[in-house]
Design a protein around this ligand. Structure first.
Ligand SMILES: Cc1cc2nc3c(=O)[nH]c(=O)nc-3n(C[C@H](O)[C@H](O)[C@H](O)COP(=O)(O)OP(=O)(O)OC[C@H]3O[C@@H](n4cnc5c(N)ncnc54)[C@H](O)[C@@H]3O)c2cc1C
Length: 463
């Protein structure tokens, strides 16, 4: 089985690479290998009744399958170089922004027409933030919502499946490099392709590490973000979320001079669990459809930890902290802010009497037994800082879910064409360490597709 291009992973990186290739060169033979399922077969068994907690499925339907980790996400496409990845360091700021805008136009033409584009361009909230030692980062954000995001993916799949060979439930095990190209080895088959795009995301991080080891591709890793997800009445944040939808706000703590930031804000949304390599952490999402709105807004507060030599296993550090919460709470722990600052655990009774009703059934507990002091102190400081621009944030009833960990894939050594040290081997999206968002991962897919098209064109001319 011989292909021109093989794509490993059908998340945004892989999908947009396939889209751009098929659009511009329909004659190219492409295979996409995906560890998870087709979109409509992706179902998490947690139903809140019979199955309340993660049962560690062989392939996690939340993280894997067509659409990747983003399939059931809130679908926030941030068009910015200020966060979401460092693609601009490889391809330049202008091109990175243009590619993200192009991705936006593809989404619009596949079901996202009519969704709102929010922007920090002319907001007075920047000044209010600065007056309170908070920094609001610049961005435009297209909010698709979980529902529209799904429709866009459905349409992209319908279009692509006619032109591309999809192999679902087919995790790639090894890649061998030989004179005739890249040999892609699955459990039962072997495929060959001239070019290979790896886009296995966060869920493929361990596999990526193994492949880099086998192919002697240099990597480095030194960062993990750890924190909690806050849930509070949506009305407290509505002046920010109505105008900006998602505000990325950074606070520098007085005590340790650490940066704490808001992350993944979901107005009128729900808190959800996430399973990364068997470790249950917390996340959030919200729907575009007002009928599916809740009364609450949720967002994460994360502290970045950059480690220096000799310690290299930043993800291992994050995992250990998440494991601690899984050990104490059987999964995610929830605590009232009032209980946290009084130094006591939350109980089922206190949560049931709480003014803010949780949208996720988590185990009431004590996050101070899980999070390192430095991280917890930073989070508490930021909650009080946010209280100055959104009074009520530091109310006793504000809920904190833990832990939220943002694992960063190790950074793979790549050139300015996002190629590893082998010609024709592209490593993109979150697994490369270059991106950590839907828009950057998608843009990286478009970028390498164009590079492949250009290089094939140049090869054709030479012959
Ligand atoms: C709950 C949740 C909400 C999120 N919300 C947002 C948001 O609103 N905005 C935002 O910008 N970002 C969000 N993110 C992050 C965003 O989803 C990712 O940054 C993005 O999906 C990365 O795309 P990717 O293509 O690099 O990888 P992924 O989307 O992770 O896709 C990788 C794919 O590769 C497959 N794979 C892994 N290993 C193998 C293998 N060996 N062989 C074959 N296939 C393999 C996986 O099954 C997966 O389907 C969210 C993430 C989660 C989990």
């Amino acid at each position: 089985m011989k292909y021109d291009v093989s794509i490993i992973g059908a998340g945004p990186g892989g999908i947009f690479a396939a889209y751009e290739l098929t659009k511009n060169a329909p004659e190219i033979k492409i295979a996409v290998f995906e560890a998870g399922n087709e979109l409509h077969k992706r179902h998490c068994p947690i139903d809140g009744k019979q199955v309340k907690n993660c049962v560690n499925c062989k392939t996690c339907s939340i993280m894997s399958g067509f659409g990747g980790a983003g399939a059931f996400s809130d679908g926030k496409y941030n068009i910015t170089n200020d966060f979401g990845g460092t693609l601009y360091e490889y391809i330049g700021k202008q091109e990175a922004l243009e590619l993200m805008e192009y991705v936006d136009s593809i989404n619009l033409s596949h079901g996202a027409e009519g969704t709102k584009l929010y922007s920090t361009g002319h907001t007075t909230l920047k000044k209010t933030c600065l007056q309170n030692r908070l920094k609001l980062l610049n961005a435009s954000v297209r909010h698709l919502g979980t529902d529209i995001n799904y429709i866009v993916l459905e349409r992209l799949y319908q279009e692509l499946c006619e032109k591309v060979d999809f192999c679902f439930l087919t995790p790639v095990q090894h890649i061998r490099i030989e004179a005739d190209g890249y040999h892609i080895l699955t459990e039962t088959e072997e495929y060959t392709s001239e070019k290979c795009i790896i886009s296995v995301g966060r869920s493929g991080s361990k596999w990526m590490e193994k492949i880099c080891g086998e192919l002697e591709i240099p990597t480095k890793s030194n960062r993990v973000d750890i924190g909690v997800r806050l849930e509070l009445p949506a009305v407290l944040f509505s002046h920010l979320t109505d105008e900006l939808y998602e505000s990325k706000i950074v606070y520098r703590t007085e005590k340790f001079e650490d940066n704490v930031r808001t992350f993944c804000m979901n107005p009128y949304g729900s808190v959800v669990t996430e399973n990364t390599n068997g470790i249950v952490t917390v996340n959030g999402h919200s729907f575009e459809d007002p009928k599916k709105h809740t009364q609450n807004t949720n967002f994460a507060l994360l502290v970045s930890k950059h480690f220096t030599e000799p310690f290299r296993d930043s993800n291992g550090y994050g995992e250990s902290i998440a494991r601690l919460s899984n050990m104490l709470g059987g999964g995610v722990i929830v605590q009232r802010f009032g209980d946290l600052i009084r130094g006591r655990r939350s109980t089922k009774k206190r949560i049931s009497e709480n003014m803010v009703e949780p949208t996720l059934q988590a185990e009431p507990g004590d996050l101070s037994l899980v999070l390192p002091k430095r991280i917890l102190d930073g989070i508490i400081e930021m909650i009080y800082a946010l209280d100055r621009i959104a009074p009520g944030t530091a109310n006793d009833d504000t809920l904190l879910y833990g832990v939220e960990v943002k694992f960063y894939n190790m950074e793979v050594e790549l050139n300015e064409r996002l190629q590893a040290k082998y010609e024709g081997l592209y490593i993109i999206g979150d697994c490369s360490g270059v991106t950590h968002s839907l828009s950057h991962a998608s843009a990286s897919g478009i970028f390498v597709a164009r590079d492949i098209l250009e290089s094939s064109h140049a090869d054709g001319k030479k012959q």
